[in-house]
Design a binder for this molecule. Structure first.
Ligand SMILES: Nc1ncnc2c1ncn2[C@@H]1O[C@H](COP(=O)(O)OP(=O)(O)O)[C@@H](O)[C@H]1O
Ligand SMILES: [Mg+2]
Length: 252
């Protein structure tokens, strides 16, 4: 069952949100840094802690991390709305960026209990891109696949070369994540890239639905667009699950 949770219709509310986003994200950043630093200092005395206290400290640090990445996302939204998304462009290998994204998701990949399969038929997959931004895009797409996949489901990550429009067409590199989750219904395949747009899936693995802000794919789309690329979502082959992919022009 799908419950649509769409507020973008309400322009005023949207404007209010944007303002809130700009203010809140800056105001959250500083106390969060203090909090994290103090927890880490506390951690230096962890030898004297009981196991229960150590668990509590770990949970507090994890909470900080989550809050930190949500704050970063909000800051990015504010930047984009102010027309200040800047890219640090250099020739980069998508393979290296993927490795780094996978390393940062290691724990989440293990926890999700999915069958992760990585296919890359292109050793040097060079594009002109901002490595930090592209890594964020990959992390977002992978995190969604993990979040919405059933346990034991396959998550396939691919980097492939494509030539569009015949032998003389431009060569592009395509990064795609395929999962076996609930899929995105046809009417929402473009809309999932809108800011704050969410489709709530009721999954077996989560009793109260899956949490999220609806910002991730919006940021992905903005970053890919700024690179001159394309991002889209389509049903997986066989009809079960989703493919979310982006395509960038390959560097010669
Ligand atoms: N792999 C996926 N499978 C099914 N639905 C997805 C997938 N990725 C994204 N979606 C849908 O698109 C919506 C927007 O995604 P996103 O912007 O990442 O927001 P969030 O993950 O915070 O909900 C999600 O609420 C979800 O319903
Ligand atoms: Mg997401």
């Amino acid at each position: 069952m799908i419950v649509l949770d769409d507020v973008t219709e309400f322009a005023l509310l949207d404007e209010l949100r944007s303002e809130l986003v700009a203010v809140a994200s800056h105001e959250l950043k500083t106390p969060l840094t203090t909090l994290r630093m103090n927890l880490m200092l506390l951690g230096e005395a962890a030898d004297a802690f009981t196991p229960r206290q150590r668990e509590m400290l770990e949970a507090a640090l994890l909470g900080c991390e989550e809050l930190g990445s949500t704050t970063d996302e909000l800051l990015d939204v504010a930047r984009i709305e102010a027309g200040q998304l800047r890219l640090d462009l250099a020739p980069v290998d998508l393979n290296n960026i993927l490795d780094s994204a996978l390393r940062s998701l290691r724990t989440r990949i293990d926890d999700a209990e999915v069958r992760l399969e990585v296919r890359r038929d292109v050793p040097p997959a060079i594009v002109r891109g901002d490595p930090t931004r592209l890594r964020n895009v990959m992390t977002n797409l992978l995190a969604n696949a993990l979040k919405y996949s059933p346990r034991g489901g396959r998550v396939l990550v691919e980097i492939v070369f494509r030539r569009d429009g015949g032998a003389d067409g431009p060569v592009t590199l395509q990064f795609a994540v395929t999962d076996a989750g609930p899929g995105v219904p046809e009417p929402f395949r473009d809309r999932v890239f809108e800011k704050f747009f969410r489709v709530e899936h009721h999954l077996d693995r989560a009793q109260e639905g899956v949490r999220g802000t609806g910002i991730g794919l919006y940021l992905c789309r903005e970053v890919v667009k700024a690179h001159g690329g394309l991002i889209w979502c389509e049903p997986a082959e066989g009809g079960v699950g989703t493919v979310v992919a982006f395509r960038l022009r390959a560097e010669a």
